[in-house]
Design a protein around this ligand. Sequence first.
Ligand code: ADP
Ligand code: MG
Ligand code: ZN
Length: 645
Amino acid sequence: MKILSWLKLQPSKHKNKPVRLTILTIWLLAQALLTGLPVEAKEDLNTPKVEANTAPIDTGRKVEAKPGKKNITYSDLIQKINKGEVVKVQIDESNQKAIVTLKEQPAPKTVYLFDRNPELISKLRNKNIDFDVRRPADNAAVVGLLTNLLFLLLLLSFILVILRRSANASGQAMNFAKSKARFQIEAKTGISFQDVAGIEEAKEELQEVITFLKQPEKFTAVGAKIPKGVLLIGPPGTGKTLLAKAIAGEAGVPFFSISGSEFVEMFVGVGASRVRDLFKKAKENAPCLIFIDEIDAVGRQRGVGYGGGNDEREQTLNQMLTEMDGFEGNTGIIVIAATNRPDVLDIALLRPGRFDRQVTVDYPDYKGRIEILEVHARDKKVDSKVSLETIARRTPGFTGADLANVLNEAAIFTGRRRKEAITMTEVNDAIDRVVAGMEGTPLVDSKSKRLIAYHEIGHALVATLYPGHDPVEKVTLIPRGRAAGLTWFSPDEEQGLPTRSQLLSNVAAGLGGRVAEEIVFGAEEVTTGAGNDIQQITSIVRHMVTRYGMSNLGLVALEQENNSYLGYENRKGEYSEEIAANIDTQIRSLVTHCYNLARKIIEDNRSLMDYLVDLLIEKETLEGEHFRQIIESYQKEKLQLVELI
Ligand code: ADP
Ligand code: MG
Ligand code: ZN
């Protein structure tokens, strides 16, 4: 799926670039034409002036212009200046004319100057007469010339656009030429092992690689062959790229990087030539580190799937294998590749002498998350009351990138609220935002708001009253992302592997929302809001039946754990239709079991639920602590009532 959409995107991305660039050029030119020149031209039109040929000019020193209405001679002008009849003089240097405004006459006069302006200017200064001088750019002839030139340029770029378009549509020349050095080189990454936290095992394993790069002789002296390739395997955002950069940084070698997705081009041969270029450049700069991100994009099993294989991809992969075979580790080049789909990689990549070392970079645990938070809190103003431990406890399943994002969002909230330092409020808001999306505006009180409230209280109530569920952290009617209301739980990852009863309690709590809707509004009024709940429940129960041996079907693994991190669909096991039907029956019976329990809990506590719903609608958010207190005191009262009877 990924590769398909990617293939579709890639060509258009490459096609668009040159076209867009050219369009930009046109725009700039058009801009100059539209705003710059006409304005000047207009100014010229506005200023009254005489056509050059209407003013017969003497070759003599004195200008004998016709004493017409519009023109006066230079000597006239001097006289008038001396007499104090001149109000204003506008000198135009480009055509050596002056426009003169006289005291009693509203129509300005034109005077031909013949380079006498310095004299004129000093006179004007002496007499304190207002004047200004225009530079030659205003010249009508120049404007004309420029306009012609611009039209020419415009025409040229237009032709260029057309040429490039057709080149892109029909040929490979453009792309091929462009594709030459499409990899990044960082002479110094500036990242050290201190910037990478929470993945200690991976760091330890890679410590050695730094020594390979720094002191290869240590190993070669005793006859050891230095490995060439390391494959980093892990989900996105866990710090694979960061780790690779840190290795280069620690070893003080240049960092060459390219992404597998950049390799696969539209045209056969481009990727392979790029690989050749990359390794050639790297060899010139050894010792160095080559980082190939998303290697699965190019290193997929050859000859399988996705539209009968991709010649280009295979050629690129072959070239990569050839290059890796073509140098010895002790030449000082180490190739690090990263992927989150190790299951699809061509086995040839994993052979000795290629990426024979594999390092897993996994989700950080509680301690790891604290360390990562420490790294990212270093450059931020954090209030002393903020507890990184609390943040780490709230964020199981977060990657390093998620945690960095949380602290960054918190800093943004802090800035927006004009606070001095990040407090726990901002951090909590940031976590909510990273997990569930942007906060929206709550609905006004209405039937649908009541239904959402019942739905959420239904989840929270069942989760609290069914033993073994994680505690409710809060229930809220403030929408977030695509959710109209939310019930949050405080996850407790340190309790170890989930038990059967915990899984069942999750299923029951997940059904609580729909059950509450049904009980209060009737089976016909239930909404689509439970869609996501049902999906999750089905997935839990299916796993219980087909993988964990937690149903009457017994201890058989009917489906395999998928090795990828992307949550691609399960690989179906090989089983008969009879077993498939059995699986369905088991799933249904487990869900029904949980449904009945949830229904009982809610029916038994109907008045408590009504009370909680009213409170939630009033307050919009109920904190877990408050929620539990209410339930506790309610249950005590009920017990007392029972005792009295
Ligand atoms: P990946 O390559 O595995 O997808 P990245 O290395 O690109 O992940 O991580 C993205 C960002 O997340 C990093 O630049 C860094 O800020 C942060 N990050 C991820 N993992 C860690 C970690 N283990 N320690 C510190 N920061 C991390
Ligand atoms: Mg990465
Ligand atoms: Zn729900």
